[in-house]
Design a protein around this ligand. Structure first.
Ligand SMILES: [Zn+2]
Length: 447
């Protein structure tokens, strides 16, 4: 690579990373992520479909749809016959582990308003202490003409914290710390006035915030909500040479963003699809999760004839993109000695003999070939044989729809922490491969 093209590619990578960080910043919840994805798609000329409407899909056009406001499918309907091209699919998830506010959350203890929370997904709890937290999510309310409506809400400013207990009051904390999720991680929101005995009602707080964010909003009272806490520290580049990205929700908004930006580059000759689903961190079983019927129903409406649909799915491929574990320099024995992916050394193909990842030698071979063609380095992960292994939407979608699948992702540290780390080069590497994938001209035949 010449000096000029190398520096221009570095500039593109840096712009891409900046856009990625902005995307994560505006997406504190799965609802906001789906909204941000939909906004970019609409701005790029994709037409929104409503699942309750009748559809008349036309080759050469681009579409998207949302379900539950937290999952999105975007589709480029190629001009070429689907039987001659198949569909290139890329999947990721919009949700991340977090603390979710309980339905009747108000606690008034020692004159502090606190909120009861549930743990959503496999959160690493220790990093939630002593952070400047905010609240965001979806609120469902009644309007003045007795209708039910929902809006997204984001307090944006730090409105809560979970203070640690001082080491003086727990001398053993550095040797034997456990975290009880019912007792230890209840955030503090405000201090009541000395004469105040009644803690403010959380739904009233939400109603006031809704009206603050949108003074025109017609809401008489809040019926219910799905609100979670998030860290207000902005995502950023860190390290002496800025080798790393530090941010919440890199798992898996990074892959959603990579898929989105790659799909925006896809031409309309061949058919390409992006699916970003909610509820992966809790098993994907929901109306809008990968284990639900969202993708299958979309494909049935796109290709109503069963035999034709099966033939097209057989000629298609899904890249399931979800972050991988980079080998941690302090804990390198947690990886198999031959399979420890490094940050900034390219996307990782994830393999598991017990089908926790859906990768096969054919799909992996294709991905390796695609990386080779585009001069992108590629790494391989397999868990230690004496340790369990995570999973992704890959095996779920693959078994629901029957599409050949490969599990890949960028290597990260601190997965499921409130602040995760990735390499500055890897998201852009994966993006370049995803662009090439969406432009691959033929159906995927391995025979
Ligand atoms: Zn994930």
């Amino acid at each position: 690579m010449s000096q000029v093209s190398s520096s221009s590619s570095l500039a593109s990578q840096s712009q891409f990373n900046q856009d990625l960080l902005n995307f994560i910043q505006t997406s504190p919840t799965a609802f906001h992520a789906a909204q941000a994805i939909a906004k970019e798609l609409a701005a790029a000329g994709f037409t929104e479909l409503r699942e309750s409407d009748e559809w008349d899909l036309l080759p050469g056009k681009r579409y998207y749809l949302k379900r539950n406001e937290s999952s999105v499918i975007a589709f480029v309907y190629g001009k070429k016959d689907l039987l001659s091209t198949g569909i290139r699919m890329l999947g990721a998830h919009t949700d991340s582990p977090c603390l979710k506010v309980k339905p009747q959350p108000e606690l008034n203890r020692k004159g502090y308003l606190q909120l009861g929370v549930e743990v959503y997904g496999g959160a690493l709890l220790a990093p939630w202490f002593d952070r400047d937290l905010s609240l965001a999510g979806r609120v469902t309310y009644k309007t003045s003409d007795n209708k039910i409506a929902s809006s997204l809400l984001d307090f944006k400013t730090p409105v809560a914290s979970v203070p640690s207990l001082a080491i003086h009051l727990d001398r053993e904390v550095n040797n034997a710390r456990t975290i009880n999720p019912q007792r230890d991680i209840i955030p503090v929101l405000l201090q009541l006035a000395p004469e105040q005995t009644l803690a403010p009602n959380f739904k009233s707080i939400l109603l006031a915030q809704l009206k603050l964010e949108n003074p025109e909003l017609d809401a008489t009272h809040v019926l219910d909500y799905e609100i979670s806490l998030y860290d207000t520290q902005a995502p950023g580049l860190i390290g002496l040479q800025q080798d790393f990205i530090a941010s919440a929700r890199l798992d898996n908004l990074l892959s959603c963003f990579v898929g989105l930006r790659a799909l925006l580059q896809a031409d309309v000759e061949v058919s390409s699809l992006l699916i970003c689903t909610d509820h992966e961190e809790v098993g994907s079983t929901s109306c809008c999760g990968a284990k639900g019927p969202m993708l299958q129903q979309f494909l049935e409406r796109l290709i109503p004839d069963t035999e034709t649909r099966i033939r097209i799915i057989e000629r298609s491929l899904l890249i399931s993109a979800d972050n991988a574990h980079g080998v941690h320099p302090n804990f390198s024995d947690r990886h198999d000695e031959n399979h420890g992916p490094l940050l900034n050394r390219g996307p990782v193909v994830k393999i598991n003999a017990n089908q926790r990842y859906a990768t096969t030698s054919e799909t992996s071979g294709f991905f390796h070939w695609l990386c080779e063609q585009n001069e992108v380095p590629v790494q391989v992960f397999v868990a230690r044989t004496d340790m369990g292994c995570g999973s992704t939407i890959g095996p779920i979608v693959s078994s629901e729809v029957g599409v050949k699948t490969i599990d890949v992702g960028v290597p990260t540290f601190a997965m499921h922490s409130i602040r995760e780390m990735a390499g500055v080069a890897d998201a852009y590497y994966l993006y370049r491969v995803a662009i090439a994938f969406y432009q691959y001209p033929l159906f995927l035949s391995f025979s």
